[in-house]
Design a protein around this ligand. Structure first.
Ligand code: F0G
Length: 461
């Protein structure tokens, strides 16, 4: 659509509504205390605007709901599978399409089939579940971003790019121990930052040179394509769909959490070209997911995904989505709020260490900010810092801290409106104005793994 006016409008209207949990500050204070100061334990009705994740939290279209009604629930070889298979083949060019219940199931099947103990899996950046699945088979997950790409303040258009020089060195040293190279589009761990087409082509060339397969973690493939169109010289005249197809054409296979750019609430995909690998993966899938034509999903889920994968590349939708993320980023930037630059595809990442420099990493500045945003305005973000990625020092000193103390405000797809964004900006602005009052936290109780989800915390006086 041509744009004559500056107001960002949602390119859809609302057919079905869901009330939000309106609460008072006193109620929110009680709720966060009840949740042991860990927002993962807040009940949904106590949250007004939920920016915990963009995964499975989006709104489906009328066409997706309609498609669900014609879902074929036949156990084996259902019609809905062949419809999905055709859509995925048309988009990605892969031969073998294997549905899974979500992204990590596809990762688990791929890595347990393809990787051996002692091997190395290089990536621009492994998402947590990806890293955990690589490590589960005894292989090593190595992140190879360009120097400076993890620094929130540097302004590079493609901070998700995989450093080809580092990759070249690794392949030259240990090429025979590398079962695959994995590129995550966009790079969720590093701020939702995109990977350029130029970088993907260069990685493909290296993989060809060393005879190593290239895989994509394609959870946010449409947002990545849009950011290539917006930011990469020479790509502006192409459609996002054309760019996405080229990205997929460069790889030998992919894993996908369809809960993001698949525009569905549940689902994942494994896409492969190698028939022998596909057969081994299907055999493994039967152990955990079900028959290979439904992979842990209902027929109606396959229908909704087939439709979602076609809708997500609509350019009015992609333009609106990025404009909305950019709008929040620009307004907060004007207030001086420190953030990961530039804005990525699905979230705004606040630099909590710079937001509250008086709180050291081992007193969880990200937790402090997340909790303050909740109490201030019922907004739920997520800490991506030392609570999530640090670990206790066995000698009883401060935690081993994470490299970055970020708070991710993640935007569900087609769910909140521009006025919700204006409200969010006001809430962050209010906490920013009183940032000197923010207090650190200590952990009262934690588990050995994935402590961020379940830890109990206590505010420090
Ligand atoms: N890969 C990426 C890049 C992801 O962001 C996620 C999930 C996964 C794989 C795993 O997919 O959840 O369907 O099993 N990210 C969510 C998030 C959880 O909040 O960022 P899944």
């Amino acid at each position: 659509m041509e744009h004559r006016f500056s107001t960002i409008i949602e390119p859809f209207r609302i057919k079905s509504v869901e009330p939000l949990g309106m609460t008072t500050r006193v109620q929110r204070q009680a709720a966060i205390e009840e949740a042991n100061w860990n927002v993962f334990k807040l009940h949904a009705e106590s949250v007004l605007i939920d920016l915990l994740t963009d995964s499975g939290t989006g709104a489906m279209s009328a066409a997706q709901w309609a498609a669900m009604m014609i879902g074929d629930e036949t156990y084996a070889c259902a019609r809905s599978f062949y419809k999905l298979e055709k859509v995925v083949r048309d988009l990605t060019g892969v031969q073998f399409v294997i549905p899974t219940h979500q992204g990590r199931a596809a990762e688990h099947i791929l890595f347990t089939t393809l990787c051996q103990p002692g091997q190395v899996v290089p990536s621009n950046s492994h998402f947590d579940t990806t890293r955990a699945n690589v490590e589960f088979v005894g292989a090593q997950a190595v992140d190879l971003l360009y120097d400076g790409a993890s620094d929130p303040r540097t302004d590079m258009p493609f901070k998700g790019d995989l450093d080809v020089r580092k990759l070249g060195r690794l392949l030259a040293d240990r090429g025979s121990d590398v079962p695959l190279v994995l590129v995550t589009i966009t790079n969720n761990r590093g701020g939702g930052q995109p990977v350029s087409l130029g970088n993907l082509r260069a990685v493909r060339d290296l993989c060809n040179e060393f005879g190593v397969p290239l895989f994509l973690d394609a959870a946010r493939f449409a947002e990545n394509a849009w950011l290539i169109k917006m930011r990469e010289p020479g790509q502006g005249d192409r459609t996002a769909s054309d760019i996405a197809r080229e990205c997929f054409s460069l790889c030998d296979g992919f894993t996908m959490s369809a809960k993001k750019d698949g525009l569905v609430n549940i689902g994942g995909l494994l896409g492969l070209n190698d028939p022998e690998l596909a057969e081994r993966c299907r055999t493994r899938l039967i152990l955990t997911e079900g028959f290979p034509t439904y992979g842990g999903l209902a027929g109606r889920d396959l229908e909704a995904l087939a439709q979602g994968l076609q809708e997500v590349l609509d350019e009015d939708y992609l333009a609106y989505r990025h404009a909305s993320v950019r709008y929040v980023f620009d307004r907060l930037d004007q207030l001086g709020v420190p953030m990961m630059r530039p804005p990525g595809g699905h979230a705004v990442y606040i630099d909590a260490a710079a937001f509250a420099p008086h709180i050291p990493a081992w007193q969880y500045p990200g937790v402090s900010l997340v909790n303050a945003l909740y109490v201030e305005g019922g907004v739920r973000g997520v800490e991506v810092g030392t609570l999530m990625f640090g670990r206790p020092d066995p000698d009883g000193h401060h935690d081993f801290t994470a490299n970055l103390e970020l708070v991710r405000l993640t935007f569900p797809r087609r769910t909140y409106t521009q006025s919700h964004m204006d409200y969010l900006i006001e809430v962050v602005g209010a906490v920013w104005a009183n940032r000197a009052q923010l207090k650190g936290y200590r952990i009262a109780e934690q588990r050995a793994v994935l402590r961020g989800f379940t830890a109990s915390l206590l505010p420090l006086d």
